[in-house]
Write a protein that binds this ligand. Sequence first.
Ligand code: FDA
Length: 391
Amino acid sequence: MERTDVLILGAGAAGMMCAIEAGRRGRRVVLLDHATRPGEKIRISGGGRCNFTNLAVPPERFLSRNPRFAVSALRRFTPADFIARLDAAGISWHEKVLGQLFCDGSARQIVDMLTGQMAAVGVELRLAESVRRIESDGAFVVTTDRGPVRSDRLVVATGGKSIPKMGATGLAYRIAEQFGLAVTETRPALVPLTFAEQELVRLKPLAGVSVEARVTAGRIGFEEGLLFTHRGLSGPSILQISSYWREGEELSVDLARGRDVAAELKAARAEAGRVAVQTALARFLPDKVVAMVLSQSGISGRLADQSNAALDRLGAVVHRWQVKPVGSEGYRTAEVTLGGVDTDGLDSRTMEARSVPGLHFIGEAVDVTGWLGGYNFQWAWSSGWAAGQAV
Ligand code: FDA
C-alpha cells in the first residue's frame, strides 16, 4: 500500500498552504483533489484579482460559535506574513478599500506561487482523484478511485458547500461526523438575498441600480454599496449582512448614507419651493429609487406643498427603508459557508481534532467564517499554516 506522512484532502488555499509548510519541514506530503486544477476559488476570487487578505483581521470580523478560536492562528501567520510571501515572489498588490488587498495583476499569480512552492518542497499533487472511503487504525487509510493511501496524518481542507459547480461537496462535514466530531449548523453566507414575488413586482424596475447604503439587521450594520437585482438585493453591504440576517427578520436600509434628507429638503423648500420633490430628491438618489420612495411615502408635487411632517416621513423612508427578504440565493452563489466543524473539538494551535489524534481540519470547513474583504482567505492561509507546523 502507498504510504505518506501527511495526506491533505483539498487543494484550495488552506490545503496548499498546509502542504507547503509540512513539505518545508521535511514531511512527505500528498495533496489530493477531485478537481482538475488546484486553487480554483483563488483564481476566480475578487473579480480575478483575489482579495487575498485584509490589513486588519480582528476576531470580531469572524463569525464562529467561539470567535476567539481563530485568534491563535491569525496571530501566528498574519496578513503581513502572507504579504511578505507575495513580495518575495514579485507579485505586486494594492489596497482597494477598507484594508482589502488585491493583486495588481491576476489571481492566477497566487495559484502559481503556491503550486511553485509546493513543487519546490516535493509535495505530490494529485488531481482528478476522488475519495471513496476513509478508515483509521491509528493511521488513516484513504481509499480513492486509484487505490488506498496510508498516512499518519490526515488534513481535511475540502472547504464548505458554497458553489457546488466548482467542486464543493461538504465532504469535510461527513468526515467530521464519521469520526464523532460535532458540526455546527451550516448555511450559505456572503450571499445575495431574495424577495417574495409580491415585493419583486414592486422592486423589479430597480434591478441594476446601486446606492451607497448602510444596511442594518438587529444591532449589526454595514456601510457599503447595495445593488438591486432581478431577484432581490446584492452588493457588499448585503453580502456582509447575509451572514447575520435570519429568515423572518427585516433589514433597515439607509439609502442616502451620511445625508439628512428631510433637513436638506426643508432647506431647499425655503430657497426654491417651486422645485418638484422628485427633482430635489434626485440630488441624493438614482431616479428609480426616487420613484420607489415617493410611491412608498405617498408624496408628490412641489417642495412648497410639503409640510415638515411630510418631509420627515420622506426622510424616514430614505434613511430607514424597511425590507424583509424571504431567503438567499443559496449555495449556488454564496461565497462561503457559515458554520462547519465545531471548534470545541479542535485544538486552536494545531487544528487537530482533540478526540482523534492525527486528524486536522482547516480553512472554510471549520466553523470560522470571515466578513467579506479578504478575511476568509487569511483564515485559510493562517489555519493551513498552523496545521502545517504540526502535522
Ligand atoms: P476551497 O473551497 O478553496 O478548497 C477546497 C478544495 O477541496 C477545492 O479545491 C475542492 O475541489 C476540493 N474538494 C471539495 N470536495 C472534495 C472531495 N469530495 N474530494 C476531493 N477534493 C474535494 N475570500 C476572500 O477572502 N477574498 C475574496 O476575494 C473571495 N472571493 C470569493 C469569490 C467567490 C466567487 C467565492 C465562491 C469565494 C470567495 N472567497 C473569497 C471565499 C474563499 O474563496 C474561501 O473562503 C476559500 O477559498 C476557502 O479556502 P479552503 O481552502 O478552505 O476551501
